[in-house]
Ligand binder design. Sequence first.
Ligand code: HEM
Length: 414
Amino acid sequence: MSCPALPDGFDATDPDLLQSRVPHPEFAQLRQTAPVWWCPQRRGVTGFDDEGYWVVTRHADVKYVSTHPELFSSTTNTAIIRFNEHIQRDAIDAQRLIMLNMDPPEHTRVRQIVQRGFTPRAIRGLEEALRDRARKIVEEASAAAADGSFDFVTQVACELPLQAIAELIGVPQKDRSKIFDWSNKMIAYDDPEYAITEEVGANAAMELIGYAMNLSAERKECPAKDIVTQLVAAEGQGNLGSDEFGFFVLLLAVAGNETTRNAISHGMHAFLTHPEQWELYKATRPSTAAEEIVRWATPVVSFQRTATQDTELGGQKIKAGDRVGLFYSSANHDPEVFTDPDAFDITRDPNPHLGFGGGGPHFCLGKSLAIMEIDLIFNALADALPDLRLTGDDPRRLRAAWLNGIKELRVSHG
Ligand code: HEM
């Protein structure tokens, strides 16, 4: 079905779209005229692909698909863009070990185990260490600010998400720089500017998995009072095999790293371009701010499901095997759900955004951790660097198909 309102050859995963403008005005058109729309091709970062996919743009439909895993499966690569050839070859079976790509009941089993590491108590237990870390990051940024303008992404946004994952799984300080290096290489290969080859990215992933598998073997041998022990060596409650644990850590390094980094970078950019919101934040520190930052930024633009049987969605006939793209960034600007959806309003409440997913079985496991990190970093910034301002042009954006990323955001203080 063609959509007359859209430019010829429009593809909702075109990386050039994400580089220029979010939210896309095209999504508003689609929500109104063709909310479940068949896009005949997609460009992707790694090359043109002429298989089509459904573009689902309304909040209600994204939620419906997310909460019906029996109709819309996650087992076929959930990112809209397929892994490129190299990663595909090395990781084809690995895909099945990543919980994001599982359906119930297998997913339910793994999720029940890993949830032990993400209880409110476990997350609260990280708060003190992460608060100190956030203050330290901002202190170092203050020193950089004294010398002039600096890049907010590398100086502030990058470190806390990785520290949080390292804290969570108890990676010793001496190993953290290795973990950070592997994680950064894995997520960077998408963008040609980073000059990270596919092979380097794939090798980094394999090294990270190997590291995590060793850690789990050590804990099985010698249980400790930490989360790794709870996940791999707990008696009688089911546990993860070493390979499952390795891939779980890999998932955390991807799912919890760049997402939170981009939420922080976009949050800063939103504050700097909406100074009245920054003044309000500094004065009142509302607990609603972090959720609005995630809605506004929607770091994960889309994920994919595959129809398990012929079904219907938004009046369209979906065939078994059709790919279905869930566009969270569109759902998060749906005027049916959000008053004044294009306004950045840190007091927005309620805020039923889908930035962490549509509420189904795969709903973001790290949501409370991410919200805590965002709160901690902006509190530290409001205390120690309250007068940041933009110095460059627009932020430099990541060239990616399903991530709304910022590569560089130049700021100065005072
Ligand atoms: C899943 C977003 C931070 C761990 C997801 C999903 C989204 C998402 C959209 C898929 C939901 C679905 O398919 O229904 C985000 C955003 C974050 C963030 C925007 C930051 C602002 C984190 C953090 C962690 C994490 C900090 C952990 C350290 C995971 C895991 C899954 C997941 C393990 C897979 C859950 C499953 O398959 O059951 N996240 N995430 N995320 N996220 Fe996050």
